[in-house]
Design a protein around this ligand. Structure first.
Ligand code: ATP
Ligand code: MG
Ligand code: MG
Ligand code: MG
Length: 472
């Protein structure tokens, strides 16, 4: 079942049950405290908190999401993308636990022939919040799920709130069991590579008067209007339904992975480290394409910095696969072709998106070429001295003169088996900032940190429109 087909079935199922179909909001969130839309819930926050009355009692959507906090997991776990799509059904003061549980179960287990997703109910497990007897009972009595496949977990796993006083409530999550080949028995509470979380149902039922942390908050009382917020990971369901090993092998992502394999002449499946790199490339190229399509351009701060990091990590991963020259031309085209049926704008705006990607690639390949030789020399010297730690001033030089983000130096040092003297690096960075402040005080003109452009400016080029904002 193609990814688009899963999405279509989800939307149709809920639309047929009175849900208004709402288009995805941008990846660039309206919420100034968030860099990106990290969950389907984000665009609905005003309705969920009651700040704005919901224009419909029920809604369904597929929301584009970016989660940078999952970046280290990408390619290593089967289930974490920096970009992914969250399908959601919403009830604003309308149906509650029973409705949400019944709908989710029915859609998952109804046969494919009948418009469902065709999961075998014996493969599904659920978790509920430790004190949520109501949800546990619904799963057991109404759905008929055996008690041993219902696990109770605490606040860290099964309680949702925004981090602010306001609505909160227990959640119930649905997991797919991939079988003993993938890990230990004992359900999602025991093993998260065998038991894949596919759907999170949040029951917003109480008002929190104070929130000190994820697990430490005070409940003031029940909410007058209870809401349902759910999130099903489209890529996760897709990889299970497509019978592949992970989300990077689904129809919307795999073509990029294959292109990376072809360009490098290495075979996917032959060597674990290479496989991880190919998966990282497939993920990051897609995330970058989608971010640029929502108007983000590479830069040195905020959203643009995240995009830059994704682009640069892809380039680095290609290099580790042995490809030293440019490859974005091929990789982005592959991602465009895989994504355009779901997001036609990636094809219609492609010339512009490609220009941004190729510009970043060109700059970074030059940066890498000069910085890498400096780093190689430093690594050899460090090892000759019998040390396992790269000096902080080398990391600083790489940052300051060669435009290496510290994350890059950390990664490259790690690949060479070295730590980095981070304390010294941070001290040198602080000194530099202090000097800049002192300069500012003495009324000298101070620019934002443009060091990453050292290489680029040295050549006196002004090629990339996306950079102009940083050049003034
Ligand atoms: P996990 O524990 O696997 O990291 P999560 O609990 O962080 O997932 P939620 O915040 O509950 O995820 O998001 C709702 C759903 O969105 C998840 O059940 C999952 O199907 C999907 N999802 C979450 N994060 C990702 C991701 N990084 N890549 C792909 N799908 C994701
Ligand atoms: Mg997570
Ligand atoms: Mg989870
Ligand atoms: Mg979850």
């Amino acid at each position: 079942m193609q990814t688009a087909e899963i999405s279509r079935r989800y939307i149709d199922y809920f639309a047929e049950r009175g849900h208004t179909v709402v288009p995805s909001a941008s990846l660039v969130s309206d919420d100034p405290t968030l860099l990106f839309t990290v969950a389907g819930m984000v665009p609905f926050v005003p309705y969920l908190t009651g700040v704005v009355p919901a224009p419909y009692p029920r809604a369904v959507d597929v929301q584009k999401c970016i989660r940078t906090n999952d970046i280290e997991e990408v390619g290593k776990t089967a289930r974490h993308g920096t970009f992914f799509q969250m399908l959601g059904n919403w009830s604003f003061g309308d149906y509650f636990k029973e409705g949400a549980i019944t709908y989710a179960w029915e859609l998952l287990t109804r046969s494919e022939a009948d418009g469902g997703l065709g999961f075998d109910e014996r493969d599904l497990w659920v978790t509920v919040y430790e004190t949520d007897d109501e949800a546990a009972e619904l799963w057991q009595k109404l759905i008929g799920l055996p008690a041993e496949r219902i696990q109770r977990l605490g606040k860290a796993d099964n309680y949702w709130h925004t981090g602010q006083p306001g609505p909160g409530g227990p959640s119930s999550e649905i997991f797919f069991d991939r079988g003993p080949k993938y890990g230990r028995d004992g359900g999602p509470a025991v093993d998260d590579s065998r038991f894949i979380e596919i759907w999170n149902l949040v029951f917003m039922q109480e008002l929190l008067s104070e929130v000190r942390s994820k697990v430490d908050f005070d409940v003031a009382g029940p909410l007058p209007k209870k809401n349902i917020d759910t999130g099903m990971g489209l890529e996760r369901v897709a990889f299970i339904k497509q019978g592949v090993e992970n989300m990077y092998e689904i129809d919307q992502v795999r073509p990029v992975l294959d292109r990376a394999a072809e360009l490098s002449g290495r075979r996917y499946g032959a060597e674990h480290e290479d496989d991880v790199r190919m998966r990282i490339i497939a993920d990051h190229v897609r995330s970058s394409l989608m971010l640029m399509s929502d108007g983000v351009t590479p830069s040195n701060e905020g959203r643009g910095y995240i995009l830059r990091r994704l682009l640069r990590r892809s380039i680095r991963a290609m290099r580790l696969l042995g490809v030293e020259g440019p490859s974005f031309h091929e990789l982005f085209a592959a991602s465009r072709d895989a994504m355009k049926s779901a997001y036609p704008e990636v094809a219609t705006d492609y010339a512009h998106l490609e220009q941004l990607a190729l510009g970043e690639e060109d700059t970074f390949l030059r940066t890498l070429a000069s910085g890498t030789s400096i780093l190689d020399v430093a690594v050899t010297k460090t090892k000759e001295q019998g040390s396992a730690e790269l000096a902080g001033d080398t990391a600083f030089l790489l940052h300051d003169t060669y435009g290496f983000p510290i994350e890059l130096t950390l990664e490259m040092a790690d690949e060479a088996g070295l730590r980095v003297d981070r304390g010294e690096f941070d001290r040198l960075m602080k000194d530099q900032r202090d000097r800049a402040k002192a300069d500012a005080k003495s009324k000298k003109r101070v620019l934002a940190d443009l060091s990453v452009y050292a290489d680029y400016r040295a050549k006196g080029e002004t090629i990339f429109t996306g950079y102009t904002e940083l050049q003034t």
